[in-house]
Design a protein around this ligand. Structure first.
Ligand code: PMP
Length: 307
């Protein structure tokens, strides 16, 4: 189990970890999955200080997710942002993964949670490379899942919503049990959508392509970061649908996510991508990303919140 330190944050206050069992078996979100969460990383940078990466964007997405499912947190965006910083500080964590969540507490037990209390909490723990340090350098092996990504008429692709993750958990579990590192999912029309917890980019003849936000993908914050960095590096990028065969025939493929960072893909469904190693454009963008989040590239101070 991960070590969440001695404190967590709940609705504006730091609370002792011993109180983590504060909620009830009748917690609405536990029964029906209506809740929203985030995953954020903080890094110790080359200057010795700790910074949360794109904190405001993550908390704004958390509140957008809440809006989609008509949950109204009792704390503000600013309070929740401060909660993330307070959890890191009070636990003496100089890097870590931060997990804010908004859930519906006990009350009505039917599927109509009109009066249930809304609870916002933040916990943090230390988390290394999500898809392995070897994966960051040499690339990972993926498979296209038998599960399709949620259709936009069925669920909220733009929400990071608790119950929707059954789809990702099943895809990931089956991919791992079949010997792959990660699952990629197609949308119901057969276009490539995203990984179980990552956005996807392919590169062909020097041009990067990633599925558009109008598809069934999460609006990844790492995705937005990489799009900005590609523009700065002068690498052409298109946000257009990708087919399975375009994926198999790409020169390079990489995944982006707060947990996964920028991870190269070296194989999809037993087909080698490019020459089966991290490609040069992937490496360039990955390097920029790591230089910004934990190195000494100071070109984007607006993305860094000092702890
Ligand atoms: N897609 C899904 C389904 C995810 O769970 C995540 C992780 N939050 C992402 C994409 C990547 O988003 P981000 O870069 O904001 O972490």
């Amino acid at each position: 189990m991960v070590d969440p330190g001695r404190k967590f944050w709940r609705d504006g206050e730091l609370v002792d970890w011993s109180e983590q069992g504060f909620t009830s078996l009748l917690t609405h979100t536990l029964h029906y999955g209506v809740g929203a969460f985030e995953g954020i990383r903080a890094y110790r940078r080359a200057d010795g200080n700790t910074y949360v990466f794109r904190l405001r964007e993550h908390i704004e997405r958390l509140y957008d997710s809440c809006r989609l499912v008509m949950i109204d947190p009792i704390v503000t965006i600013e309070q929740t942002m401060q909660g993330c910083i307070d959890v890191l500080r009070s636990n003496g964590m100089d890097d870590g993964y931060i997990r804010p969540m908004v859930f519906l507490g006990p009350g009505a037990m039917g599927i109509l949670p009109l009066q249930n209390p809304v609870v916002t909490f933040v916990v943090a723990w230390s988390w290394g490379a999500y898809l392995g340090t070897d994966g960051l350098e040499n690339g990972i092996r993926c498979t296209i899942s038998a599960y399709s990504r949620h259709h936009i008429k069925v669920a909220f692709a733009k929400g990071k919503l608790n119950g929707q993750y059954i789809n990702s958990v099943m895809a990931k579990q089956e991919a791992k049990k079949s010997g792959f590192d990660e699952a990629l999912m197609l949308d119901v029309n057969g276009y490539v959508s995203e990984g179980s917890g990552e956005n996807i980019f392919i590169i062909k003849d020097g041009t990067i392509t990633t599925p558009p936000l109008s598809g069934s993908i999460l609006a990844g914050i790492t995705r937005a970061t990489v799009i900005a960095l590609a523009a700065e590096e002068g690498i052409p990028l298109a946000e257009t649908p990708i087919t399975r065969d375009q994926l198999y025939l790409a020169d390079e493929v990489f995944l982006t996510g707060t947990a996964a960072e920028v991870t190269p893909v070296r194989e999809v469904d037993h087909r080698k991508i490019g020459n089966g190693a991290r490609g040069p454009i992937t490496e360039r963008l990955q390097q920029r990303y790591f230089d910004i989040v934990k190195g000494s590239d100071d070109s984007h101070p607006e993305w860094l919140a000092r702890v």
